[in-house]
Design a protein around this ligand. Sequence first.
Ligand code: GLC
Length: 572
Amino acid sequence: MSAAHTGRAWWRDALIYQVYVRSFADSTGNGVGDLDGIRHHLDYIAALGVDGIWLNPCYPSPQRDHGYDVSDYFSIDPEYGTLEVFDALVAGAHERSLRVLMDIVPNHCSDQHPWFRAALAAPPGSAERDRFWFRDGRPDAAGGDGPPNNWLAGFGGSAWTRASEAGAPADDPQWYLGTFSPYQPDFNHTNPDVAAMFAEVLEFWFDRGVDGFRVDAIQPVGKHPDLPDQVVDPPDLDPLQIPWTNEFTIFRPEGHDVWRAWRHTIDRYAQRHGRELMMVAEAYLVRQPELMAEFTEPDQFHQAFAFDVMLSPWDQQSVRRSVDDPLLAYSLSGSPPAWTLNNHDTQRIVTRLGRPEATDPNTWTDLNLKLSSDPGDDARGTRRARASIVFTAALPGALYLYQGEELGLPEVLDIPLEQRQDPVVERTGGETLGRDGCRVPMPWHDAASANFGFSPDGSRNPSWLPQPDDWGDYAVSIEVADPESTLQLYRAMATARRALRTEPHDIDWIDVGNAGLGFRRGRYTVILNLSSVELDVGTVVDDEAEAMLWSGTHAPAPTSIPADSAVWFRHR
Ligand code: GLC
């Protein structure tokens, strides 16, 4: 499977399919997805035309944050399978020429991880505590014992928890840091045990055949050693946004030391074993191309996600910038962007772009986690989602898909509060909708099957998150048979993209007026119409050009691009 003969590493323009393990396919009938479920559907994934899969975390975990709270980095959660099942999954993927990426969580572990339990049991100042961030409290405004600084947590509340609340003795004077939540204590990456453990983790999974890692939440991994108070600017910033602007823990220089060490481990292993291995950074580097370039220097990440298009409103200038910034980073570091339109943390694109404010950069919110007052129009969102994938798939770089987007699944907005499981819902007292709506289990068949075919026939357990009644309309079995379905569009996109790989890896913008965007890439011209009326492109596309891929349900006339749609033309 080496890409060496093409001179380009496989990951640079790979098409990767993100599998949210819990929600992909349940092989046991307990209503929870698992590794064998994925193994049984590898042919489906291969038929999409992708180059590999990224598995969301499947390590042992109390599942407080669905696997992003790891209690053992060297095993598989029994709910999902065993190491043997994992090996069989990797073997099955490789047989089908699919690469396998694991998800690795460096910033924090679970509060049930043995090292954290040992730290709670050990005294202040101990070697056990030095693997985390334990500090004494300081007097709060009322003179009581308050947290060591003013940092807030990503899922709400203070970033500090009293050690005694997590199981240390009642008179323990210390607090510990959890950038996301109290059940996700942050590692201290300057501690040699931590550095050594992660090097071992990388090699452990490489030994089992894994081809690379998606590295979770890299922003807060480095910390200013003094942990100073954050200056919140502007002071009325949304509390859930405050932690991500904390200059003392976000994108710190100390983080780069960690990634250099990881890269060294990976390169050394790859060289020793003659393999092409990689790591891709999950970092919200939106509108920060220089910073994106810093993290993708040749001695750090091979690649970083470009979330820019995913977070962009549906408007010409915004989409243009969302492409330009990552491409600028590419020109600075030589690392092509990993484009993405969806993931397990973001409202699904059909719903997102169907929202009334989708076209208005002034009221558009990146957050996407709150219910907008008007739930929007799924038909409109679907057209735009289809146009987005066609447009984005033509850009130089890799492209990551999130399971279910190939079916055009909308966000499930009406999951009852008591059935929502994302920790951010609980931590914000239900004020935030959370991310459950994009994690609802996949529909494979119609309503006659158990959980729409997510669970095996005859099983009676409901799926871990409730599926809406109309989920069967999006089922794989329905879309496979429908030439106009979103699934068929994704398959066509994957095929078309393979042909595009031999074209140059840069683009030139062309002027198509105020309502659209157009670029040339080698022999191709790609046009996106962001408006609600047809776009005449007779001046940039000649009659000889052939339409190769289009987001609408039928081939466009050569000179006119339908509203909310995108087309690839190839010139002779
Ligand atoms: C990343 C993950 C998200 C998780 C968080 C904490 O952003 O994608 O799902 O909650 O990190 O690990």
